[in-house]
Design a protein. Sequence first.
Length: 446
Amino acid sequence: MGLAGLIVWLVIPALPLAMVLWIALSLRILFDAQGATSQGSGPVAAAIGVGLILLTIRLLIQRTRLPSSVWIVGAGISAWTVLAFVYQGFSLEASGEGVRELSVVAAFAMGFILATSGRISGSNLLQYVVVLTLIPAMFAIIQFASGTGLLVAGAVRSNSFFVHPNSAAPFFAVGLCAAIVLADMRKDARSWITASICGVALLTTGSLAGVAAGIAGLVCYAFVRPGRVGAKVVMGLLAFLATGAFAVSPIGRERIASQARFDPSLYASQAATDGADSSLGWRLYNWYDYLQLWREQPIFGFGLGRTSAGDSATGTLPHNEYVRYLVETGLVGLVLLLAGVGLVLRALRKIRLTVPSPDLRFTAAAATCCVAAFMANGLAANTLMYSSASYSFAVILGGTFGLAHYTRSPTDLVVGHDTRDPVRHHVPAATVRDRARWSPDNRLAR
């Protein structure tokens, strides 16, 4: 680990930042199945997380500027990690969760820095995530066609390179949001085929929460898409067709039928965990049990990583991000999280409404869809614990705000960036002149 840290500190900064992000995220996907839990874990994943944090620190030492909101989020994560040490002593769960969440913030920061360099456009940023999603998506489809996925509760579901179908689903949902927006921007057959691959891969996971996330992203895009009302209606119909396709597919029918076993009278009893009830039933029982634990520390919670130990009667993670943050960070942490989401959505809305570049407006719409997808998936899954999906989402979000800062948009003030701070990456004049060629602005304006 020390040698890896030395390499990250001395060698990696000499490489292009886009290449570093590509390598880190690709390795994280390939080694996701290394862990024994549904969110994936292991030495390689830990090394990647630490590497992202060290690289961000290295860039900051070089006087790269970041939004103040990044520092606030990082301080909050650190504070609740320390709180976990106070209540639980030093534990791998607390330290690992703290490092993982800080590495997601680091991925956001690297996306922001990459965008402020002026070397990418919004469509480049989305294409970056789509290409990253494509190979795992095709592998998931192959698994489904050959029946070689993961056996979960008697059903074979595609998990691609991931430890569990539930961790693959939000990753494909983020890729689907990016691919749909990119296809809508470019309006070519190749882009729509790529979006279809991401959508089919999401369906093959058989994750109800994951499919709900993808549909939430599509519905959100139907509302926030810049342009004509007719195009918004088309996106709404696309979401409706995706829902129908999953409902009539074999894996969709099986997953929906399994919920018919749900008995409301069992949700608060141990009987909901013995396999006779549905996954909804044991989730409700799991949440009920964790809420009893939350009442012991309702204000500030127990600190990060407490739920990772599987302290509930079911012995599993909460499978609900709102319950997890309520237990780990208390009412204060959950309110701050939801307030932060609200501020992010507000900032993205300002970008969509005020920035003159159609390319950036569509990118902000994609980021908004990813937020909607994550919030929907978090209702029944450990969404923010799925590092690969979180990294992809963080890069899109950070890149969107970075591009807004690069264009000197007034929205920089909303996300807490001091526009008086200089940006270290000086962009050649030729790069500025060529920016119009990087994005399909002319086509989007029609």
